[in-house]
Structure formats: structure tokens, C-alpha cells
Design a protein around this ligand. Structure first.
Ligand code: ADP
Length: 498
């Protein structure tokens, strides 16, 4: 395809639309056509410098820090209103860029405004307190202050949603942002900046620098004026960023991968559990950190359950993600496509049996797209790589278990701890499982439910900190304690502590 026919994008820095300082661009691909559709500026250290300088200026001078919290909330509400109007277009941009289903992205982008509304409401409820202090003649109060410049590093699987989880609370708290979208899905963040501009945020409050991990993410993480890094992505990159952040004691919150157990007991509502298993692994083509990629099934119902699952999985309609009928879309990018196929080979090599799928999809409706057949492996042991490592694709490992103790042991025997599903009609069992499973989110008789209202984040290697919910705003604030001597009495012995 000639580059003239590609949609061209600019970055958004200091309230202006700009090319990369080096003048270079890179192509963004549509995973369904396997062809480039957009040209994105290839940023580097110089662009990061400009963006961080602008964000730092905006955080420390001018209109933004002078605004009242209620005014910040008002701007966020306005942004939410603009997202409502743009939701359907934003959904199409996401589908074109990352291949997720329009049916799912419509839902996501229509839900997105809630993050901006919710944190808009919270902006002017960030209250300090007066401490009944135990030192006579002293008054002590606390207040919460913004951190300054927050670097938001975003993955490709749900770009606008995961950006909102960071951007809405950090702005409500009075910070400024430099956003680095994934190099595979930069377009939606840039489209979103048109709304930020329309909402009237002062220049420099929100900036986007596009480009590759080491070229943009690296200098951003290292920049001395970045106070905090909010990251969602792989555990490998998260660990790198954490080490880098430690050099300057930057604050970090990170949501990393998962290898979540989805546990089905014999006493479950079986038809719902089958749907829950499908939704856990084939929705979003399995490209979600919360994928229920280890399906633990109680031995007594194992074969019957697998039969039902295979028959539902086999009916999944693959094809153009823009069609509302499609149920499984392509994998977002070539490296990921190769990684998923590689894991299928690893699983076969480990002795697992593919009872559904097990390779690339060669169906006519998949065209040239990067499609993998919905794949179910049985005969998986929890110590196999296919059960321990995050595949991030439509590949399910089924593992049998005998009783509650064994389900808990297998469920927790993994480095990650992002989420877990439990399917049972026994309320006592459900609560005990929720207590014992080491994961930040537990779903009972449901799966993949998330909301701006409820904290989300990982145990163990799945991350640090939480996103969503009220307490989340504290992740973007620091507390100050103020002491005032009120008695005007003569100062006591200065050589001892007061
Ligand atoms: P994935 O493998 O799913 O693409 P990554 O963790 O590599 O996950 O990517 C998530 C985000 O982190 C992307 O925006 C990517 O560009 C960015 N990234 C990758 N490497 C680095 C790095 N060394 N420093 C900072 N950001 C990075």
C-alpha cells in the first residue's frame, strides 16, 4: 500500500500537534487485513524531553495548579461528555488498530466516560484532616498534594480503557501526564487527545509521545522530572521499569500479567460455567491480562465439561472484527501471533493434547489476518510451561483437580495473582475459595467483570498498587503534615525534640 493512502497522525505535546523531532514515522497495521493503515510519529529522547518539560511546567505554573479541585472536576466531566459523543468512532479506531471485536470495543468506549465522571466527582473530595495532636500549644493538619508529572505507559490490548484508568484519577488529583501508547496501537490515544484539546485542558497537562519501548518508554522512565510511572504491560518490561525507577526512587504502580485459574466444581451451574470458561479465554482472543487461561475442572465432571466446552468453542464465529457477528478476532500483532503459535508448539511438545484448534486459523473468513484457532489443551499438568507462562492468546489449559484443597494448591501454584474464577453453588465453598486464592480479583459464578468502582490489581508478580475505586486516587497523591505552634509561648530547650 502506498504511504499516501495511509492515515497520518501527529503527536500531542504542550497543547500542539507535532511531528517527531527526528521527522521519522512508523506504520501501524490492521491485524485483520495484515496491512498498514496509519503512519505514526516515531518519537525519541528529544520528544520525551519536550513533553516532560511541558508537563512539568504545567504542573508547577500557570492555569492548572491555580485551578480549584471543583474546576478540575468540571473539566473532567466535560471530557467525559466528549467521550460519550466520540465513543463509536473511538471504538472503530481501536478495532482497526488492534483487531478487537467492535462488539467489545463499542461496550468499552461507551463505558469509558464513567472513569472521567467518577474521578471528576472525587476531585473535590480529596480531604485532609485535623489531627487531635498530643503536643500542647500545637495545631496539626494533613493535606494531599499531587505528585507532579506522571508517565503513563500503556499496552496494546485495551488502549483507551487502560489509559482512562490512569489519566482520570491522575488529573483529578492535579497531576500532569506524559502518555506513551503501545507502538502497536497508538492511533486511539492520539484521537483521544483531540477531545482533551476540546475540553480545554491547559497546554502541557496531557501529552502523548508515540514510538517504541526503548526509544520513548526508556527515556521517559529515566527522566528526572517524572515523579511516578503508571504502567500496564508485561511482567518482563514491568520488572525493567521497576529497576530503573528505583534509581531515582520514583513511585510506581504497575499491572502486569496473569495466569488466572478459572475453577469449576462439580456443584456448579454447568451451562453457565461453560460460558464462563469460554468468556475467560476466547473473549478478546485471549489477549487480556485477566484471561482464565488455566481451567481447573473437578475430576468427576472433567470429561462431560470438556465435551461441552469443545462444542461451544467449536461454534465460535471467526472473522472481521468490525462485524458485530464475529466472536473471535485476530491476534493484534505479528510478534504476538508468533508467540501464541510458539506456545501451542510448546504445549504439544510437553505432551498436552489439543482437543480443539491447535494452530493458525486457515478459514476463508479470516483472510490474511493473524488468526489463531480457539485452542483447548487437556492432559495439562500445572508444572508445564503452558500452565505457568502467560500466552496472551486463545489457548486454554485444562487441569483436573480432586477436591477444594487441591484446587487451592494448583490455583496458587503460579507466579502471578491477578484474578481467579470460582464456579460453585455452595456459598461456603465460594467464600472459602475467595479467602484462600491469592489474587487481586475473585469472580464467583461470573468472569471478566470490571468497573471503575472496584479496585483492580495484582498479587505476587501481577503488579503493584491498585487501579479503580476511591482509594486509587491516593496512588497519585502524597500526604503532607503541617505543624503550627499556636501558644506564642517562649520556645523550649532547642536541643531536645518537641
Ligand atoms: P507487550 O509484550 O504486551 O507489548 P510490553 O510490556 O512490552 O508488553 O509493552 C507495554 C508497554 O511498555 C508498551 O507501550 C511498550 O512500548 C512499553 N515498553 C516496552 N519496553 C519498554 C522499556 N524498556 N521502557 C519503557 N517502556 C517500554
Amino acid at each position: 500500500m502506498a504511504s499516501e493512502s495511509l492515515q497520518t497522525y501527529q503527536m500531542y505535546i504542550d497543547g500542539a500537534w507535532v511531528e517527531a523531532a527526528g521527522g521519522e514515522t512508523f506504520e501501524s497495521f490492521n491485524p485483520f487485513t495484515a496491512k498498514p493503515w496509519a503512519l505514526i510519529p516515531r518519537g525519541g529522547a528529544e520528544d520525551v524531553e519536550r513533553a516532560v518539560a511541558a508537563a512539568h511546567r504545567a504542573a508547577t505554573s500557570g492555569d492548572w495548579p491555580a485551578m480549584t479541585a471543583s474546576q478540575r472536576g468540571h473539566m473532567l466531566r466535560k471530557l467525559g461528555d466528549l467521550v460519550v459523543d466520540a465513543a463509536d468512532d473511538l471504538a472503530k479506531t481501536e478495532v482497526r488498530d488492534n483487531g478487537k471485536l467492535l462488539a467489545e470495543m463499542n461496550g468499552q468506549t461507551r463505558y469509558l466516560p464513567q472513569w472521567y465522571y467518577y474521578y471528576a466527582g472525587l476531585a473535590d473530595k480529596i480531604e485532609g484532616s485535623v489531627i487531635p495532636i498530643d503536643k500542647p500549644g500545637h495545631f496539626n493538619y494533613t493535606k494531599w498534594e499531587p505528585l507532579g508529572v506522571v508517565a503513563c505507559i500503556i499496552p496494546w490490548n485495551s488502549p483507551l480503557l487502560l489509559m482512562a484508568w490512569k489519566l482520570a484519577p491522575l488529573l483529578a488529583a492535579g497531576n500532569t501526564a506524559v502518555i506513551k501508547p503501545s507502538e502497536f496501537t497508538s492511533a486511539s490515544a492520539l484521537e483521544f487527545m483531540k477531545l482533551v484539546e476540546q475540553a480545554g485542558f491547559p497546554p502541557g497537562v496531557v501529552n502523548v509521545v508515540t514510538g517504541f519501548g526503548p526509544e520513548v518508554g526508556g527515556p521517559l522512565v529515566e527522566h528526572p522530572k517524572v515523579a511516578k510511572i503508571a504502567f500496564t504491560g508485561s511482567d518482563r518490561t514491568g520488572k525493567l521499569i521497576y529497576q530503573q525507577a528505583a534509581k531515582d526512587l520514583k513511585k510506581v504502580s504497575m499491572e502486569l500479567g496473569g495466569k488466572s485459574p478459572n475453577i469449576v466444581f462439580a456443584d456448579a451451574h454447568i451451562e453457565n460455567a461453560v460460558k464462563g470458561a469460554v468468556s475467560g479465554i476466547f473473549a478478546a482472543t485471549g489477549q487480556t491480562c485477566i484471561a482464565g487461561s488455566r481451567l481447573l475442572v473437578q475430576e468427576s465432571i472433567h470429561n462431560e465439561f470438556v465435551d461441552k466446552l469443545v462444542s461451544l468453542g467449536a461454534q465460535a464465529r471467526m472473522g472481521n472484527p468490525m462485524s458485530l457477528e464475529t466472536q473471535v478476532g485476530p491476534v493484534t500483532n505479528i510478534p504476538q501471533y508468533e508467540k501464541v503459535l510458539g506456545y501451542i508448539d510448546i504445549a504439544k511438545g510437553e505432551g498436552a493434547e489439543a482437543v480443539l484448534g491447535g494452530g493458525r486459523a486457515e478459514r476463508p473468513e479470516c483472510g490474511d489476518g493473524w488468526f489463531v484457532e480457539p485452542t483447548i489443551f487437556t492432559g495439562v499438568r500445572n508444572d508445564m510451561r503452558i500452565a505457568q507462562e502467560e500466552v496472551f492468546g486463545p489457548v486454554l489449559s485444562v487441569i483436573p483437580f480432586k477436591d477444594d484443597e487441591e484446587a487451592i494448591a494448583i490455583g496458587n501454584d503460579v507466579l502471578f495473582g491477578l484474578a481467579a474464577g470460582v464456579w460453585t453453588q455452595n456459598i461456603g465453598r465460594a467464600i472459602t475459595m475467595a479467602d484462600k486464592l491469592q489474587a487481586g480479583t475473585i469472580w464467583v459464578n461470573t468472569y471478566r467483570a470490571v468497573s471503575y468502582l472496584s479496585p483492580f490489581g495484582g498479587y505476587k508478580h501481577s503488579g503493584l498498587g491498585r487501579e479503580n475505586g476511591q482509594q486509587m486516587i491516593k496512588e497519585y497523591l502524597q500526604q503532607k503534615s503541617v505543624w503550627i505552634e499556636t501558644s506564642n509561648a517562649e520556645a523550649p530547650n532547642p536541643f531536645v525534640m518537641r
